[in-house]
Design a protein around this ligand. Structure first.
Ligand code: NAG
Ligand code: NAG
Length: 988
């Protein structure tokens, strides 16, 4: 969280105090401070590259100055190497750029372009800088964990035309990379059809190193020093017409970036021919289907920006940067999904434009189509791009997950409800809130502590006056298997009598400034230093701080929240670190900025692995800043939102986008962080929040208390009802997490992912499917609604979750949604596992019986899965889990449970199964039951391994006739079949 009010930076406080006063007068004047963050025009390299694009587009004779030197081509072990030459000064000078194109076993291709001079360190740094000379080439060390096995089948094509090199790769050689030599460019084809094009528009631009040529200083004209920031510098005539004003230095918000290596941006245009929709590149408060960024009605004027930042009171419908960055984009059309992953950790901007070609009336069969063009611009580093050719969204999820890792399997409590506030003010307050949840019979699993629990913002300490007995507080929570999450941020208070800062300094583990001294900035504690988790020694040290004898007062049920790790620096440029700061290995902050949050989050994850003595447990660590790969170590939330309907609305596409971008354990602050939500908004937010994979209520220190028991009748009851719905569906959620963990599939899924052929639904981003359950939710996000329009993509019956009303037929359907009704449908064809007994926390549900909800499809069939394990340890990696497939065969009218995994039995599995032996199915509900079942009052149950006498037993059933538009249903009461066993229920 952040507020500007009591932060310590003096200069800044003055500014903000003025602003805060103003904003009180202009209610509801909360909005982002635009002037704190750069537009493309104020970011030198972005401006230069946009100008480059404009010049290239405007000129009909434009030719990209990059050419591949055919004589340099090598091809070995699935990798093509060559030199690309950048021609300068009408051919007089050529800059050598080493190219590699690597063809991976997964069918993914990787293209890198470097710069020989920098690679060899053959450049001079300015200002006596100690920075590294190479282009940053270690982003992959943090982001990538696999998927790099090279394809053995990739082969150079024999019959390439003059001026082209072609490589067949992918399964069965279905993919082809067509590399054009002059100008250099690559087309990626699947089954002979071009899907992705590099440098088609000639916007490839790799700013090569050059020495600074000192020019005679012109005398300053009067008044010139009053020139505003971001305004164009008055410049001399440049021989090449290039704008050098931001090459060697750049000032913004009173901070000057010294740029010791000069200009070094990389940019490339990537086109998706025939693709109208592109998705991904979180984090932005925007629609799922990305908008165009070059102006025009309803479009943006600025590119999407990726530069992790603490954006205070961020605005809706904007390409502005937010807290995290995942440079992974997918393009989708009917029958095909393809994508690119731009592996670069520096500040990045992405322009999106679309080009419509209408049908040609003269040539029959030439259909109209839309191409999407993108222009990627990063400040530094290698050009390093992965190309995915799909063809399905599921393929992309899997392949991207192979590279950057799948989402961590969370502990089961972590997907239940979290109660947070800035701040629960004392240990007694925590216990009191806990008791009130119990008194009102409201389930919750985790209570959170924001920064005020610390002793004067010194992490790893407790305020001795307010948190007197953290140990008994933890014990109190543990009685109901509840947990506590405490915040720990990367800024370490620079003060006396604080061993943590003493060690940080002594061991020299902090981020350095440009002169190589420990960098000091301002954050919550006032003067602070930042732990540099690029340094392995810093991770080791960080891990030690979490030991019980080090972080006293914590217990095995303490978990951690990492905030402010963009990093947020109150007095830094754009509220973050100077770009010329130095990290471990002397990489500049500019090179590593977007991956910084991940390294810190990972260090915390590593620290939490072994906090329970003798037991490795799954950590829980929430992060605000993230990059590709962060999904391996925890959850994220969308930062400091507002208690406004628009923010509730925006949270749905944002969380959906996280899901398709490989980081699905995501959620927004329920209720809205800033401001006081109306009771209606709060209720609707809970009704929507139950669909966030990460589900936490949170509130700013200046807001009124708003725990679910506060608003009173009927709101408290309605919120409780929503929470109970989440809790009863936890088995389905856990199964969805397991799927994400093993396949990369999103946990909540947008329409296009579930129905990739349904063109009318590609842009839909206000409704969602939960995992593979067929549950289709449409959260209410507007005030005063009493119905919602749910879009149905196929011809299956969709049953209302509560009253079994049937909605059928592709298109929009009006579904009642008064405040007391949560719009939730079940797509026919699915079997959904639930646990219906209300409990205080998810831990107390561990041995509860299950209900199976069988929603029949048009053929009278359905199937579904259930994944279960101990919810805490890593024993599942040694086979200790239950994974069942349920199938209802509509022809034979038999419901079966079979094992989805037949790996050999391990001791860990046996031990786990023993604990689950008595856990049974207590109810089966068949929705859409055939009329012919009317009068049916029993079914035959057969369980494998049961005693002889019980092997075939008759169990009572009740048939119910649906009223009005509701389907019929049949309930089987207590078949008593074990959840871990095979069984059959015969309905014939
Ligand atoms: C995470 O931490 C481990 C050390 O415990 C280190 O080996 C690894 O490189 C780190 N990964 C990232 C992404 O920071
Ligand atoms: C179970 O075993 C069979 C035969 O060995 C195999 O074909 C099948 O893929 C296995 N199923 C799973 C889920 O591992």
């Amino acid at each position: 969280m952040i507020t500007r009010r009591d932060a310590a930076a003096p200069r800044w406080t003055a500014v903000v105090l003025g602003w805060a006063t103003l904003s009180c007068l202009l209610v509801p004047a909360v909005s982002v401070k635009h002037e704190n963050f750069k537009t493309c025009d104020q970011s030198g390299f972005c401006k230069r590259n946009r100008q480059f694009a404009d010049d290239a587009t405007a000129s009909s004779s434009w030719v990209s100055p990059y050419a591949l030197d055919a004589a340099s081509i090598t091809f070995k072990d699935g990798q093509l190497g060559a030199t690309v030459l950048k021609t300068l000064n009408e051919g007089e000078e050529k800059v050598k750029l080493p190219l590699t194109v690597t063809f991976l076993d997964s069918g993914v291709a990787r293209v890198t372009l470097d710069e020989e001079k920098r690679q060899k360190g053959d450049i001079q740094l300015r200002h006596d800088s100690q920075a590294r000379k190479e282009r940053y080439n270690e982003a992959g060390d943090w982001a990538l964990v696999g998927g790099l096995k090279v394809s053995e089948g990739a082969a150079l094509s024999e019959q390439a035309e003059q001026g082209y090199t072609k490589v067949f790769y992918g399964e069965g050689g279905k993919h082809q990379a067509v590399i054009r030599h002059q100008p250099f460019g690559i087309e990626f084809q699947r089954d002979g059809e071009t899907q992705v094009k590099f440098n088609e528009r000639g916007l490839l631009n790799l700013e090569h190193w050059r020495p600074k040529v000192e020019k005679p200083v012109e005398e300053k004209k009067e008044g010139e020093e009053e020139k505003k920031e971001g305004e164009e510098e008055k410049k001399e005539e440049q021989p090449q017409g290039e704008d050098e004003s931001t090459w060697w230095e750049e000032t913004f918000g009173g901070n000057t970036d010294s740029k010791p290596r000069g200009p070094e941006a990389v940019a490339l245009d990537i086109s998706f021919p025939g693709y109208e929709h592109v998705f991904g590149i979180p984090e932005h408060a925007t629609s799922l289907s990305l908008k165009t960024t070059r102006g025009g009605e309803g479009n943006y004027n600025d590119p999407y920006r990726l530069y992790n930042a603490d954006v205070f009171e961020y605005e809706m419908d904007s390409p502005m940067t937010l807290y995290g960055a995942i440079p992974f984009m997918q393009a989708h059309r009917k029958g095909s999904t393809v994508g690119v992953f731009w592996l670069n950790a520096a500040e990045t901007w992405i322009d999106v434009t679309k080009q419509k070609t209408s049908a040609n009336p003269l040539s029959l069969g030439v259909k109209g189509h839309t191409d999407t063009h993108t222009h990627w611009i990063s400040e530094s580093g290698l050009l390093d791009v992965f190309v995915f050719l799909g063809p399905t969204p599921q393929d992309l999820a899997r392949q991207y997950g192979e590279l950057t890792g799948y989402t961590a399997m969370p502990q089961s409590f972590a997907i239940a409800y979290h109660q947070c506030r800035w701040n629960y003010v004392t240990d007694e307050d925590v216990k009191d809130v806990d008791r009130k949840f119990d008194k009102h019979k409201i389930p919750y699993d985790v209570i959170w502590l924001d920064i005020e629990y610390t002793n004067e913002k010194k992490y790893f300490t407790w305020d001795p006056l307010t948190f007197v007995r953290p140990d008994t507080m933890h014990q109190h929570l543990d009685k109901r298997e509840r947990k506590l999450v405490a915040i720990i941020d990367p800024h370490i208070k620079n003060t006396d009598n604080y061993p943590v800062i003493d060690e940080l300094k002594k061991k020299d583990l902090a981020v350095k400034n440009k002169d190589g001294n420990q960098y000091e900035g301002w954050c919550w504690p006032g003067s602070s230093m930042w732990v540099d988790c690029f340094n392995p020694a810093a991770i080791t040290w960080w891990k030690g701080l979490f030991k019980y004898d080090s972080f006293k007062g914590t217990a095995p049920n303490t978990f951690i929240w990492n905030d402010m790790n963009e990093p947020s620096v109150f007095n830094g440029p754009e509220t973050t670190m100077p770009k010329d700061n130095l990290h471990f290995g002397n990489w500049e902050h500019r090179d590593v900025h977007n991956v910084n949050g991940l390294t810190f989050h990972n260090a915390t994850y590593q620290a939490l692995l072994e906090r329970k003595k003798g037991e490795i447990r799954r950590p829980f660590a929430l992060t605000r800043a993230f990059y590709s790969g962060s999904q391996r170590v925890g959850a994220m939330w969308t930062g400091d939102n507002l208690a406004e309907w628009s923010h509730l609305q925006a949270s749905i596409p944002m969380v959906l986008n996280q899901g398709i971008s490989g980081f699905p354990f995501a959620g927004a602050d329920v209720g809205g962080f800033f401001g006081n939500p109306s009771k209606e908004l709060l209720t609707r937010w809970y009704q929507a929040g139950i669909y966030y994979p990460f589900f936490r209520g949170h509130a700013h220190i200046d807001t009124r208390r708003r725990e679910p028991y506060i608003p009173g009748s009927p709101y408290t009851e309605l919120i409780t009802q929503a929470l109970r719905l989440r809790y009863s569906l936890l088995p389905a959620w856990y199964t969805a997490f397991h799927e994400a963990h093993t396949t990369g599939a999103p946990i909540i899924r947008p329409n296009f992912y579930v129905h990739p052929e349904d063109e009318a639904g590609f842009a839909i981003d206000d409704q969602l499917y939960i995992g593979s359950t067929g549950l289709l939710a449409k959260p209410v996000t507007s005030e005063g609604a009493d119905s919602v329009s749910v879009y149905i993509a196929d011809s299956q019956p969709y049953y209302d979750y509560f009253d079994y009303t049937v909605y059928k037929g592709a298109g929009p359907h009006t579904v009642p949604a008064p405040l007391e009704k949560i719009p939730l449908l079940m797509q026919g064809g699915h079997i959904i596992p639930r646990r219906d007994r209300p409990r205080r926390s998810s831990g107390l549900m561990r041995y509860d019986p299950f209900t199976l909800v069988v929603a029949l499809d048009n053929e009278g069939s359905a199937s579904g899965t259930l994944y279960l394990d101990d919810g805490e340890t890593f024993n599942y990696q040694q086979g200790a889990f239950i994974h069942r497939r349920f199938n209802f065969d509509g022809k034979r009218n038999i419901l079966t449970s079979s094992n989805l995994d037949n790996a050999s039995r391990t001791a860990k599995l046996d031990a786990y199964l023993k604990t689950m032996d008595k856990v049974r199915i207590e109810k089966v509900i068949i929705i859409g039951a055939p009329k012919a079942w009317k009068g049916k009052d029993s079914v035959i149950v057969m369980e494998e391994g049961a005693k002889e006498s019980a092997r075939r037993k008759s169990v009572a059933a009740e048939f119910h006739e649906g009223k009005g538009k509701a389907a019929n249903w049949l309930v089987v009461r207590d078949p008593k079949v074990g959840i871990s066993r095979g069984w059959k229920i015969d309905f014939a």
